[in-house]
Design a protein around this ligand. Structure first.
Ligand SMILES: [Zn+2]
Ligand SMILES: [Zn+2]
Length: 403
């Protein structure tokens, strides 16, 4: 992947404190062990046991089995103080890995192709470091290991099972290793970072018949074509041009033979947007267009619509906390990238709806080393130097927030 952002000359490792730098081989080792055993959403048994076993070994209080495979570790500083949560997701994707590395996936058809193995390793490293240095912070840090980010979503059930209370979490931070940015950079901004994601599935019900006698039919293919074009006018003509939004029809199935008019057509698509005020708008507008077009062609339809994740919105104060500590860890000024919004989505948004917080991108691409394939690619891999940087940034956030 080609980055449009300036690349720092190198990662400034001198900013990473020695005892975190010395954890680097361990971080890499954990990440690679996790990489070899990827598990899909809500099936993260081996991953969960791996984490619990480490926490046990280090004497860190923790609770397992939250939202099936989720874990929350609680680490207290020497003095009373605020409660900060750190969130890491731990699930993999149904992708066959094509990397030829000694630690490639041992699970057929499954792969850590988004970097959540790295997120888990960074969170483990942070837990270990904090447990060894309780004198460096006040209050409590809750480290949340979340299942099923890639779907159907583990954040919401974890919140429903109480991970943000007892003690009450005051703020939350989390990161995503990000191959859209070079290693040595941090993408952080206040306000919207990632888009809401919604999903629709629609079946157009027409009337089939002979390909040469269209007057006896209601052609579901022609109706679908009108609908697909019309849906783009939501972005072009309904949404304020100063807003960012996407409507994509990604799937369309109809017909089997060239000379038969298909009686039904099935399509599915996704909607993305940043502005929470648009919640509810797209579902309504999509149905209006589908209903109007079907009615005018004598077809009918069956539409299902789901709002999956809300947009990821960062709190200004917590984003400033992350930015200020990241500034000390990366080469400035090019190392901090506020222009890092993406229409991709994340269920970190549910945590950010519940408490103020900041989700940020930790640059992890290294083109020279061939580590720049995009997320969800069968050759995705990242520069593991970012692991230590992640721990350093999390630890500094704790020390500053819980000072
Ligand atoms: Zn992903
Ligand atoms: Zn991800």
């Amino acid at each position: 992947m080609v980055s449009t952002f300036p690349t720092p000359n190198s990662v400034n490792l001198s900013q990473i404190r020695l005892d975190i730098r010395s954890m680097q081989p361990q971080l890499v080792n954990w990440r690679r062990q996790l990489h070899q055993r990827p598990e899909l959403g809500f099936q993260e048994q081996i991953t969960s046991e791996f984490i619990a076993q480490k926490l046990q070994e280090w004497g860190i209080e923790h609770q397992t089995g939250i939202a099936k495979t989720g874990i929350v570790a609680t680490i207290s500083g020497n003095r009373p103080g605020p409660v900060l949560a750190i969130r890491a997701d731990m699930d993999a994707l149904p992708i066959q890995e094509e990397n030829d590395v000694p630690y490639r996936s041992l699970h057929e058809g499954k792969m850590h192709a988004c970097g959540h193995d790295g997120h888990t390793a960074i969170a483990l490293g942070t837990a270990y470091y904090l447990s060894q240095h309780p004198e460096d912070f006040s209050g409590t840090v809750k480290i949340i290991f979340q299942p099923a980010e890639e779907g159907p979503g583990g954040a919401k059930p974890m919140i429903e099972e109480g991970v943000l209370s007892n003690p009450e979490v005051e703020a939350i931070i989390g990161l995503h290793l990000w191959n859209n940015l070079p290693v040595g950079t941090v993408g952080v901004r206040s306000g919207s970072l990632m888009a809401a994601v919604e999903l629709f599935r629609c079946t157009i019900l027409g009337k089939g018949g002979h390909g040469a006698m269209p007057h006896q039919t209601v052609d579901s293919v022609v109706v679908s074509a009108q609908i697909i074009n019309a849906l783009q006018t939501i972005i072009a003509r309904n949404v304020n041009p100063l807003e960012s939004a996407v409507v994509t029809v990604g799937e369309l199935h109809a017909g089997k033979v060239y000379n038969v008019i298909a009686d039904t057509a099935r399509m599915s698509g996704t909607v993305r947007y940043f502005n929470p005020e648009l919640e509810g708008y797209f579902g309504k507008r999509i149905e209006q267009l589908i209903a109007g077009i079907c009615q005018s062609y004598g077809a009918s339809y069956d539409l299902n619509y789901w709002r999956l994740y809300p947009p990821v919105i960062n709190d200004a104060k917590i984003a400033e906390l992350v930015r200020s500590v990241a500034t000390d860890v990366v080469e400035t000024p090019v190392g901090i990238v506020p222009e890092c919004q993406t229409m991709a989505s994340e269920d970190m948004s549910f945590f950010l709806e519940a408490v103020p917080g900041c989700y940020f991108f930790l640059g992890s691409a290294n083109s020279a080393a061939g580590l720049a394939y995009p997320h969800h690619h069968p050759r995705f891999n990242f520069d593991e130097t970012a692991l230590g940087m992640g721990v350093e940034i999390f630890v500094r956030c704790v020390e500053k927030f819980c000072s």
